[in-house]
Design a binder for this molecule. Structure first.
Ligand SMILES: NC(=O)c1ccc[n+]([C@@H]2O[C@H](COP(=O)([O-])OP(=O)(O)OC[C@H]3O[C@@H](n4cnc5c(N)ncnc54)[C@H](OP(=O)(O)O)[C@@H]3O)[C@@H](O)[C@H]2O)c1
Length: 268
């Protein structure tokens, strides 16, 4: 396995640590994580975890810099990073709503910037990441970013940055919709008299099993749904409720539109 060049990771919270775990599995060279909460559990021997950019060892030259801080803190943090960016190292940002143009304004010394939108299943190598490369990205820089981002699961590149907003609404936020479904199924199972531990198991295993079947199946999701819906059967009765007056399609449409609008709002 060719080693993955060292990374400077800014922000080792939920997403940053998920990505870092994937890079380690892919053969990441000793790297530096910057996070004020100093999460020590992630680091391997040879890695450094520091509280601020001021503590990054002077001789450390990363192959790539990855931004996984909250968008709100970026204006206060990125200008200080800009002065320290090593020549040639691409910057990968997973910050929701921050466009390449905005990142360039905050990081005037940056050359290549890649904007990416991962999701939390990256923590177990089952993520979905979509990436967009800024104009100054060379094929070699793009290939390195590809390697880093693909470590968390599936990766797709888009050539239109504007797509990142609806993509955020679908796959970036998507795990939350699925977890909400599991949460509601568990609650309603309980309300129907199923004992709590069993209701929890039923909801979790059903969501996980259906996801695994979808992933393993060549058929599309509508086909799989039809396969469990016998005419005049129990599932059909339930689906009639979900689709009554377009209930589910309308609420999914409204949710994705609201999330897309919020992502655009964050970019302003
Ligand atoms: N979570 C998702 O599903 C998801 C999906 C796609 C993209 N994203 C993007 O990923 C980014 C991180 O989200 P998250 O959910 O991982 O948030 P998070 O868990 O809060 O992680 C952010 C981390 O950054 C640290 N931090 C704060 N100030 C810092 C600084 N000056 N230098 C270095 N680190 C600093 C925070 O430490 P403290 O807690 O001590 O402040 C925290 O550990 C966001 O921009 C978000 O838009 C998230």
């Amino acid at each position: 396995m060719t080693p993955v060049p060292p990374v400077l990771l800014l922000g080792a919270g939920r997403m940053g640590s998920a990505l870092f775990a994937g890079w380690c599995a892919a053969g990441l060279e000793p790297s530096v994580l910057v996070d004020p909460s100093m999460p020590s559990g992630l680091a391997r021997p040879g890695d450094r975890v520091v509280a601020s950019l001021d503590d990054v060892p002077a001789g450390f030259v990363p192959g790539a810099v990855v931004l996984a801080i909250k968008p709100q803190v970026a204006p206060g943090v990125l200008p200080a990073l800009s002065a320290r960016l090593p020549d040639g190292a691409p910057v990968v940002s997973i910050l929701a709503g921050l466009t390449i143009a905005r990142l360039q304004a905050l990081l005037p010394r940056a050359g290549a910037i890649v904007r990416a939108m991962p999701n939390t299943p990256a923590a177990i190598g089952q993520g979905m990441t979509v990436a967009f490369a800024g104009a100054d990205t060379t094929p070699a820089q793009r290939a390195l970013c590809h390697r880093l981002l693909a470590a968390g699961g599936a990766l797709a590149w888009v050539e239109d940055e504007a797509l990142i907003d609806p993509i955020t609404a679908v796959s970036g936020c998507g795990p939350a919709y699925v977890f909400l479904l599991a949460e509601l199924m568990e609650q309603e199972g309980l309300a129907l008299g199923i004992p709590a531990p069993l209701s929890r198991l039923l909801a979790r295993q059903t969501v996980a099993g259906a996801g695994a079947l979808l992933a393993a199946s060549p058929e599309d999701s509508a086909e799989l749904r039809r396969a469990v819906t016998s005419p005049n059967g129990v599932t059909e009765r339930a689906l009639a409720e979900l689709m009554r007056q377009d209930a589910w399609p309308a609420s999914v449409r409204a949710a994705l539109q609201a999330a897309t609008a919020r992502s655009r709002e964050l970019a302003r």
